[in-house]
Design a protein around this ligand. Structure first.
Ligand code: PEP
Length: 255
C-alpha cells in the first residue's frame, strides 16, 4: 500500500441525516467502533448537521468531520452556499471537492473543482478531490485520459503535495456495482502516474488515493487488499452504524 498515512475510511452521507439523526448515528456508532491507531475515520454529514456531529462525538477525537462541498468564493451573495472558513468554524477538518453528484447536478467542472480545492486548503481544510470516469467514457476506452485530465487540472491550479484523492468510477456510485480489485488497482495506478506526470515523483509518493463506489462490508477486505488503495469513501453503506462499523473494523493487509 503506497501513500504515507494510515488508511482513511470516509463516510459521505450525501443529503441524508439531519441533526437529530446524526446524534442517533453517533451514539450507535461509538458503541460499535472503538478507536484504532492504524486507521483514520472521517464523516461528511450534510452541512446543517456538522455541529451536531461535532457535539455528539466530543469524547471521540478519532472521529473527524468534513464538509461535502465548499463554495468557490470566500464569501458573498451566493444564496444557499457555505464557505470553507464557515465549515472550519463549525468544526470541519476535511472537505470533499468534485464529487460526481456535484459535477452532474451542479455543474462543477474541473476548473471549479480546482478552485474549490484551493479554497479548502487556504481555510485549513484537507480536501479530498473526487475523480472518476462515467460508463460511457470507460466503454469508449477513455479511462486513462479522463483521469489524467482531472488530476492535471487540479494540480496545475493547486500544486500542493500530499493531497487526498478519491477514485470513484461514476458507474459504481450508488448502483451496487463495484469495481473489481483489479479495476481499482489499474485505476489507482493511473491516478498515481498522472500525479507524477503532472507534479513529480514526490507528489505521487505522498498522495493518498481512496476508492469509492458501492463499498460495503462484503467487499471492503478485497478492496483494501488491492495495490495502491489507501482507504475508501463510502456512501450508502455508511448510513447504517453497524455496516459502517464493520467496514471500518476490517482487517488490514499486512505491510
Ligand atoms: C459516494 O457517495 O461517494 C459513494 C461512493 O457512494 P456509494 O458508496 O453509495 O456508491
Amino acid at each position: 500500500m503506497t501513500g504515507q498515512e494510515s488508511p482513511l475510511f470516509a463516510a459521505n452521507w450525501k443529503m441524508f441525516k439531519g441533526p437529530r439523526a446524526t446524534e442517533a448515528f453517533v451514539e450507535s456508532f461509538v458503541s460499535r467502533y472503538r478507536p484504532r491507531e492504524d486507521r483514520r475515520i472521517a464523516f461528511f454529514p450534510p452541512s446543517i448537521s456538522l455541529e451536531a456531529f461535532v457535539r455528539a462525538s466530543a469524547d471521540r477525537p478519532d472521529l473527524e468531520v468534513g464538509i461535502q462541498d465548499v463554495h468557490q468564493e470566500v464569501e458573498g451573495a451566493h444564496t444557499g452556499a457555505v464557505s470553507a472558513s464557515m465549515a472550519v468554524e463549525a468544526g470541519a477538518k476535511w472537505a470533499l471537492a468534485g464529487h460526481s453528484e456535484r459535477r452532474r447536478e451542479f455543474g462543477d467542472d474541473d476548473a471549479i473543482v480546482a478552485v474549490k480545492t484551493a479554497r479548502a486548503l487556504e481555510a485549513g481544510l484537507r480536501p479530498i478531490v473526487c475523480i472518476g470516469e462515467t460508463l460511457e467514457e470507460r466503454e469508449a476506452g477513455l479511462l486513462q485520459p479522463v483521469l489524467e485530465r482531472q488530476v492535471r487540472e487540479v494540480l496545475a491550479a493547486v500544486p500542493a503535495p500530499g493531497l487526498t484523492w478519491a477514485y470513484e468510477p461514476v458507474w459504481a456510485i450508488g448502483t451496487g456495482l463495484t469495481a473489481s480489485p483489479a479495476d481499482a488497482e489499474e485505476a489507482h495506478g493511473i491516478v498515481r502516474s498522472a500525479i507524477g506526470a503532472a507534479a513529480g515523483p514526490v507528489f505521487a509518493d505522498a498522495a493518498v488515493v481512496l476508492y469509492g463506489g458501492s463499498v460495503k462490508p462484503g467487499n471492503i477486505g478485497e478492496l483494501m487488499a488491492a495495490s495502491g488503495v489507501n482507504g475508501v469513501l463510502v456512501g450508502g453503506a455508511s448510513l447504517d452504524p453497524e455496516s459502517f462499523a464493520a467496514i471500518c473494523g476490517v482487517a488490514l493487509p499486512a505491510g
